[in-house]
Design a protein around this ligand. Structure first.
Ligand SMILES: Cc1cc2nc3c(=O)[nH]c(=O)nc-3n(C[C@H](O)[C@H](O)[C@H](O)COP(=O)(O)OP(=O)(O)OC[C@H]3O[C@@H](n4cnc5c(N)ncnc54)[C@H](O)[C@@H]3O)c2cc1C
Ligand SMILES: NC(=O)c1ccc[n+]([C@@H]2O[C@H](COP(=O)([O-])OP(=O)(O)OC[C@H]3O[C@@H](n4cnc5c(N)ncnc54)[C@H](O)[C@@H]3O)[C@@H](O)[C@H]2O)c1
Length: 474
């Protein structure tokens, strides 16, 4: 039996980052992956494919809608979906190969197979052809990610009832795609197929889309998606699906009236969330239950919970553990976990993990929403700056979006930031740095920004929170 300091199960963002960091710290590492190519959901079927298709579909949409005509540029694009998908596949393969190289360079042993726990510190790997290998590790890291949740009354058939991976690999633009769940997957993948020509109906059981975002952001995003032609049905629960030979009938129940209506679509994307992927891993053998808590606590430093591991040092990170399901969170936990295993004080700053939606307009948030602050009774100030006042926005011919900073009235520290508009996904890192550095809002407002750029909007919002916004008449 081969022994390693660390055995990592799963080679997605959580797994490969743990392996790289642990190896940098001088530990021997084996990483087990069941899929033929590495990179996990984020690289193979989630973040990268969706971001890539959001990019390509936006280029097509801009050209197709004649939006460049006002700039004096005329074009009539054609869509070659097969080529677009081939470009996606080759990019994913290149990125997966580069992680492979990184692991090899770090001396990480990569083993392909299906891993399950045999006992504390022991992992069985089932390989193709019935071959089985047993590994032992001083520390075991479960980084097995998550799987999409199906509707309770209709399994994924991957033809008409799709999960997100199916919906990122379609060979034909659907005529009408009904999407159940207006969360991250729903709004991003709905945007892709709307731009490529599908009619989209987005169905959400809550009274607004992406209900964890700041209300002002949701209102702007919802308005923008509707203007682009997406039919949004909120406060609607899907209570049944009937499959026909060439369509699916979706039954909706309105929350207020209880009235049942039907929508006929040629495909249905079920995007109602994901759950940890731990089925068949024999977690009970080490005293762990499905739905267990992560060894990394939500708000503080990572500490192994020995009662869940029989004292054997099992770590659970990324989507397999609790908390937001994000590449960035998986990477943070991976670094902290590897450093803890190596005896260093690894730490995850959960309140400073930004969240981004790659829609158009882009959305980004960090920290508390206004509803949350109101709920705590804390005194706060709002610094609001509309992008319509931003010189870069004028150049680009857009006025949609804003920056909203929430500032603690007692400490002047930034408690939350909510951005919607071009560049939001990149701008949010400035706020993350300010929050991590405990920078007061006044200092933030006094940092010189280049001109004319989107990030001036952040500075103006910080000025607004201090009552001296200069470029909008108050
Ligand atoms: C459509 C979509 C878009 C997304 N976009 C973004 C985004 O823009 N930004 C962002 O931050 N996040 C995004 N996410 C979320 C992000 O992909 C996940 O949070 C991230 O992949 C989690 O990393 P992980 O390592 O925990 O799990 P994963 O990336 O899922 O990796 C887990 C790996 O473990 C392997 N595995 C599972 N069980 C076993 C086993 N028993 N033995 C061996 N191997 C096993 C799996 O094959 C997989 O490769 C998106 C998700 C989806 C679905
Ligand atoms: N840009 C990103 O960072 C990004 C992109 C895609 C996915 N992800 C991650 O992947 C995970 C899964 O995404 P997701 O969109 O599937 O889940 P989600 O949790 O983001 O959204 C699911 C939505 O479905 C709704 N819903 C649940 N049951 C329903 C029902 N029966 N009828 C109608 N609506 C229903 C919920 O109210 C919620 O709004 C998320 O945790 C997300 O963080 C992140």
């Amino acid at each position: 039996m081969n022994h390693y300091d660390v055995v990592v199960i799963g080679c997605g963002a959580g797994g490969y980052n743990t392996a790289i960091r642990a190896s940098q710290l001088g530990l021997s590492v084996a990483c087990v992956e069941r899929a033929s190519n590495i990179g996990g959901t984020g690289m193979r079927t989630g973040c990268i494919p969706s971001r890539l298709l959001l990019h390509t579909s936006e280029i097509y949409d801009l050209a197709n809608k004649g939006k460049n005509a006002a700039l004096g540029i005329g074009c009539a694009p054609t869509l070659d979906l097969t080529q677009m998908m081939a470009y996606k596949a080759s990019t994913v393969e290149k990125m997966s190969n580069s992680i492979h190289k990184l692991l090899r360079k770090q001396g990480v042993t990569l083993i392909h197979g299906d891993a399950l726990l045999a006992a504390a510190g022991q992992v069985i790997v089932r390989k193709t052809g019935g071959v089985q290998q047993t590994l032992s590790g001083t520390a075991l890291v479960i980084a097995t990610g998550s799987v999409p949740i199906p509707l309770p009354f209709a399994a994924f058939d991957h033809m008409r009832i799709l999960d997100s991976a199916d919906a990122l690999s379609l060979g034909k633009v659907p005529r009408h795609l009904a999407i159940i769940g207006a969360g991250a997957v729903g709004v991003e993948l709905g945007s892709i197929w709307q731009r490529l020509g599908s009619r989209i109906t987005l169905i959400e059981r809550c009274d607004r889309i992406c209900h964890w975002l700041d209300r002002d952001v949701t209102a702007t995003l919802e308005r923008s998606l509707r203007q682009r032609g997406i039919d949004i049905r909120v406060s609607s629960d899907v209570v049944g699906l009937d499959k026909h030979s060439d369509s699916v009938s979706v039954q909706l129940r309105a929350a207020a009236s209880g009235k049942i209506t039907h929508i006929d679509a040629d495909r249905v994307l079920v995007a109602i969330g994901r759950r940890p992927s731990t089925a068949g891993m024999n977690l009970a053998s080490v005293g762990m239950q499905t739905g267990y808590k992560s060894t990394l606590s939500q708000q503080g430093p990572a500490t192994p919970v020995t009662s869940m591991t029989n004292g054997s040092g099992i770590w659970v990170i990324g989507d397999a553990g609790p908390g937001p399901m994000l590449m960035s969170k998986a990477e943070e936990e991976a670094i902290a976990c590897a450093e803890r295993i190596a005896g260093l004080p690894g730490f995850v700053s959960y309140p400073s993990i930004p969240y981004v939606l790659h829609t158009s307009p882009e959305v980004a948030m960090i920290g508390r929403t206004e509803d949350e602050l109101r709920g705590t009774g804390a005194a706060y100030r709002v610094g609001y700056y509309p992008l319509a006042a931003n010189p870069r926005a004028a150049i680009c011919g857009t006025s949609e979006g804003f920056v909203k900073l929430l500032v603690d009235a007692d400490t002047n520290l930034i408690a939350g930031a909510h951005l919607i508009g071009p560049g939001a996904a990149d701008l949010i890192s400035q706020v993350a740095i300010a929050m991590e550095a405990s920078m007061i809002c006044e200092d933030f407002a006094r940092i010189c920004h280049p001109y004319p750029v989107w990030s001036e909007a952040l500075r103006q919002a910080a000025m607004a929170a201090g009552g001296w916004m200069m470029h909008v008449a108050i």
